[in-house]
Design a protein around this ligand. Sequence first.
Ligand code: ADP
Ligand code: MG
Length: 770
Amino acid sequence: MRPETSLTRVLEPGSARRLEQGLGFTTVQQLLDHFPRTYSPHNALTGFSGLREGEYATFIARVDSTSLRRLHNRRTEVLDVTVRDISGEELNLGFFGGRQFQRQLREGAVAVFQGKVRIFRGEPTLTNPSFDVLTGPHGQDEPASTDPEVGEVLPLYPATAKTTSMFIHRCVRLVLDQVDFSTWLDPVPEAVAEQESLPSLGEAYEMVHRPATMEQPELGLRRFRFSEALLLHGLMERRRRLAGELQGVPAPARTGGLLEAFDAQLPFELTEGQRSCGELIAADLAGQHPMNRLLQGEVGSGKTLVALRAMLQVVDAGAQAVLVAPTEVLAAQHLRSLRKALGPLADQTRTGLLAESGSPGPVKLTLLTGSLSAAERRQALLDIASCEAGIVIGTHAVLGEKVQFAQLGLVVIDEQHRFGVSQRNALRERYTPTPHMLVMSATPIPRSVAMTAFGDLELTVLHGLPAGRSRIETHVVPTVLGPRWSERVWERVAEEASAGRQVFVVCPRISSQDRSQEQIQRQLRDRFGFTDDAAAVSFTTARPEGKVVWVDFRREQAVEHLTNDASVEALARHFAEHPALSKLRTGTLHGQMPAAEAAEVMGAFESGDLQVLIATTVIEVGVDVPAASLMVILDADAFGVSTLHQLRGRIGRGRTESNQCLLVTRLPTEHPSAQRLTEVAEHTDGMQLALLDLQRRREGDVLGAAQSGTASTLRLLRIVDDAEIIEVAAAHIRRLTDSDPQWQSAPALWRAVEAWRLEHTGAEDYVHQS
Ligand code: ADP
Ligand code: MG
């Protein structure tokens, strides 16, 4: 029997049909790769005694009765389910929007339930627990406790009403009994399996599906995770190798060029990190093959300068460089700051200055964003196509088909977390020879994540910050504790401004009514943990009198909270009406302003004409205003950890001694989102924050837009928890490649990797173009 053998040849026709209808499985491999979600040590009903509030509980119980009712708002339906445990004790479960579960949870059905216990009217209860039906209501399967073939450990599978966990288990056992795994191709080379003490493929499937002890599943799973990690690194290795064979644009450093002149006029010393990263990059640029490098450095570490020096080296070689930023605000700021940094080395005029004899001619900087006028755009495209523009700065607009570089030598992507893989490669894949690529990120990426999501890039870390950076203190301001707390925030704003320093005030939104239903839905899920139609979650909140009590925080309240989010417009009104704040020179900035207006406001803030800038997260990345010393973030709980860390990085860039970031929240201090703020306040190291944050989030979120087909194909490998496996597997691949470049000793691995690579080589994959 082979992995792709049809289930109809192994199981009874009825069973095969049920698996196909219920789970879409048609092959032996699909069924065997359907791993249990969890395991129960005793193959029997469990007891309810000892369920404690706030605890995550797993138990097996029999459905006693169900009833459907509507909440007083008439829209939400609740399915009340009463279940009994082994001693006949009762427990009530509530399913919001539960009509869909009514068929599965019929009287007599036995299921394993999992969820958080809370106390409602003095009784323990679970709201929308997850569940797997073990045996259907009418004896479709034998009762869980009497199946003689099930050992001490009961695997619990993700199941549906008809394809219950018990049914799946029975089919899996039938298949396991018939497969001869020695005939299956195993991508894990024998030597590796031996060295890492991994069970064989067959043993691993047994351990996962038919464990003899509670420890076995983990041992079996480890083997499958390892195999995924090997494939992943194998794939990255192949991609690197193929990319390394592409013809690049060699740009060796030139004596007497722009880069030399630029270094000579730099008003400060490069940091140690900037110097060493610069050397690596310079050597890459000089090579025959395209560079493919991820430069990772803490907010404010001076990545732009590293990028600019790389761009100058490329321009010195007669090629063009493009810097792609995620927002127009940032692109415009880059243009201004590069012009400033280059001074006379940048061509400030349209016609181009004649260089003094012996010194390099100035480089022309060209901006290309979506909001240029038709005439400006035409001129920019012309400059780009004629090689007149040496350095192009732009947003996504430069990725467009109409943009044709005459001689593109280097693509720099700033703040890569805002771009997807395909965008990252879009520009590059259109050109032969292949331009170099430098990807920059201030969002700290733990090593295992970087190896997974950006494994085809060389990872370089820019260590250290430029000298003279001052400390930033971060405080959480919980306004539920009373109005005095918000007043104090505004006092700080006024104090700072009157001391000649500048203030950012960041709001989650532009105006009060600018949110779609979906956005609210998404926020309900992200911020309050509401899933689908689940309508209630309980946590502490504060009453107006300031007393903290336990209440049911209902969906309506959450919506109310969200629709009253702080907004730029509301805050601008607040500033205008406030006796002290109205005296300050205040500007507003958000992504929906016309670009020219936004540039004007940003310019006024940079020059110090404005004391306060009320903005959305358009200022999250890149914005660099040395006199800014106070950052106030309203409804800070609305933002993720990395956004908060980035925002905080906007201050403390000048000589000011005391810099403060205030995370203002209306949530009660016990709320998980408020505790996330405490974490941000307590840690200043971005990497540590990223790790803390990762532990709380799901893998998909971790990789975000960064994931190509590869990461989404990871089934079992957990990027954070399995960091060790990821590292070890990478080392094995390296060793294998060094000693046996064609992997002749591991043909099954080669085939699996190639199959995976071809499957995920879409139009977006530049490697394939070779
Ligand atoms: P990020 O890495 O977050 O993109 P930037 O490139 O915006 O950081 O740099 C932050 C600030 O530090 C800029 O104002 C830049 O001019 C300044 N800077 C960069 N390198 C140095 C250096 N070696 N010494 C002093 N200041 C520097
Ligand atoms: Mg930057």
